[in-house]
Write a protein that binds this ligand. Structure first.
Ligand code: SF4
Ligand code: SF4
Length: 509
């Protein structure tokens, strides 16, 4: 067992109102520059919808993520090294600006400089790339609030397998929810493995995936390989850029900008300890629906004295072990098991997880003439929700509807129990017991999901710069990514700042 620490995020989708504050504050912080006008390190998309860039989830088209080869080994879907090198100068698996949406600005000067006339002046849109007038025909969230869903919703890759027939886009019969997305800072990042220059790397101390700007040669293999399409090319510098998980803030013990500014207070940040020796094995389990449990099994319980001792021996600082014990992310993923990963079938082992949205289930119970106190009635309603289980399963469990239903039933039982408590109704614990929650756990989970304070949502230990410098000859810290895609000696680690690395023998470079 090799214990490593990862900064991770959970988002509670029931509370996202699609205000895009997270996207805007992220943009102001990281991509408010020339060359990345089109890039949204954090974007919020409406589901059902084709997403940003268009149909990024269609891996047959974009060749992102990992697959198992004939020997059952992990291989990049974008091909082996030879194939990738052969397409260095002509890579067909890259989204175009039309897939992302042309960035626009508006001719605001006209509003104040137009001469007096009979017509009200209009600020026309101009391309932020060419400066020429343009028509706005697409955007990063074109289906916003269902606006474009009747026209484009059926293009959502999650509506395959006959589900499009089941989903109705007519007014009053449709459904929608918002899906905020950022780089997943995966445990098995395809972007890192695909980079021919070794410019992308996963930091040892907190698992944040970064791009070394000095090493990047602009080959764009990372863009193709990332199944979430969360690496962008700065068209001015020609180099890759991506979400940094706000590492300067994280190092100072502060939450990411998107988390800090989230209006719905639905983001949770915390440390997760995991067994780095089993990352490759977990990503390579044969069955796609087994990937969720395989990844959950990687996570270690920091309250276990043996795990804590192993973490200490592997160089995890004591305050990080303590933070892992208090981590809301660990609680939601491993303890209460109500958070799920986005598209585990990509095999990158993503580390931004989601509490799936729950339609108004108690209304559904009442509409069917059922009783909210009867577990059978409540749980039967979960299978009849307006958001089809199959759709959520396509997003979060590689198609396993039972796994999604299990989480929704837990949330439903929790909601019913807390409502009964609030209304002073007789306390029927049937639904709660059926999902394996005690009343005390229900109150604790409710506190975490509904009314968590700042200090409960964000448990971010500050970086240890003294350990980042590392003693000469230290060999304990290694990149968790170690697949046959990596070159010998490529187990580099990065220190506190991007670009500073050392070999596993401790020598700097
Ligand atoms: S989500 Fe982030 S870490 Fe994962 S493959 Fe894409 S860019 Fe890399
Ligand atoms: S700021 Fe929060 S509530 Fe608003 S869109 Fe982003 S994640 Fe959703």
């Amino acid at each position: 067992m090799r214990v490593m620490a990862q900064m991770a995020m959970v988002m509670n989708l029931d509370k996202c109102i699609g205000c895009h504050t997270c996207s805007v504050t992220c943009k102001q912080t990281w991509t408010n520059r020339g060359g990345v006008e089109y890039a949204w390190f954090n974007n919020v998309e409406t589901k059902p919808g084709v997403g940003y860039p268009r149909r990024y989830e269609d891996q047959e088209r974009w060749k992102g993520g990992w697959v198992l080869d004939r020997k059952g080994r992990l291989a990049l879907r974008s091909g082996n090294r030879l194939k990738r090198l052969s397409s260095l100068f002509s890579n067909p698996d890259l989204p175009t600006i039309d897939d992302y949406a042309e960035p626009v600005t508006f001719d605001h000067d006209t509003l104040v400089t137009a001469p007096a006339g009979r017509d009200v002046p209009v600020a026309r849109p101009h391309s932020a790339l060419t400066g020429r007038p343009t028509a706005i025909t697409w955007g990063a969230n074109w289906e916003d609030g269902l606006g474009g869903t009747p026209e484009h919703g059926a293009g959502d890759p999650n509506l395959g397998g006959g589900l499009a027939e089941k989903v109705r886009f007519e007014f009053e019969r449709t459904f929608m929810f918002h899906l905020p997305r950022l780089c997943e800072h995966c445990l098995n990042p395809a972007c890192v493995a695909a980079c021919p220059s070794g410019a992308l790397y996963k930091r040892v101390e907190d698992g944040i995936v970064l791009v070394d700007q000095e090493r990047c040669r602009g080959w764009r293999m990372c863009v193709s390989a990332c199944p979430y399409k969360k690496v962008y090319v700065n068209h001015t510098t020609g180099k890759a850029e991506k979400c940094t998980f706000c590492f300067p803030r994280i190092e100072a013990g502060q939450p990411t900008v998107c988390s800090e500014t989230c209006v719905g207070r639905l983001r949770y940040l915390g440390v997760v300890l995991y067994d780095a020796d089993r990352v490759g094995e977990a990503a390579a389990v044969p069955g796609e629906t087994d990937l969720l449990d395989a990844q959950r099994d990687l996570f270690l319980d920091p309250r276990d004295p043996q795990v804590a001792a192993a973490a200490r021996a592997d160089g995890v600082p004591e305050d990080w072990i303590d933070a892992a014990r208090r981590s809301p992310v660990r609680a939601l993923i491993s303890e209460y098991r109500v958070a799920l990963p986005l598209h585990p079938e990509y095999r990158t082992l993503p580390m931004v997880w989601y509490v799936p949205p729950l339609s108004p289930v108690l209304d559904a119970v009442g509409a069917a003439g059922g009783s909210a106190d009867d577990p059978d009635h409540v749980f039967a309603a979960v299978t009849r929700l307006r958001i089809p289980l199959e759709y959520l399963a396509s997003l979060f469990t590689a198609g396993d509807t039972d796994a999604v239903a299990g989480v929704l039933m837990k949330l439903t039982a929790l909601r019913g129990h807390m409502r009964a408590l609030a209304l002073g109704d007789p306390d029927d614990r049937g639904p709660l017991e059926a999902v394996g929650l005690t009343p005390e756990q229900a109150v604790d989970l409710h506190r975490l999901l509904a009314v968590a304070k700042y200090a409960d949502r964000f448990v971010v230990p500050a970086a240890h710069r003294e350990e980042a410098a590392g003693p000469p000859g230290a060999t304990g810290l290694r990149c968790p990514v170690d697949t046959h895609e990596r070159r010998p000696g490529e187990r580099r680690v990065a220190l506190g700042m991007p670009g500073r690395r050392r070999r596993t023998d401790g020598s700097a470079r």
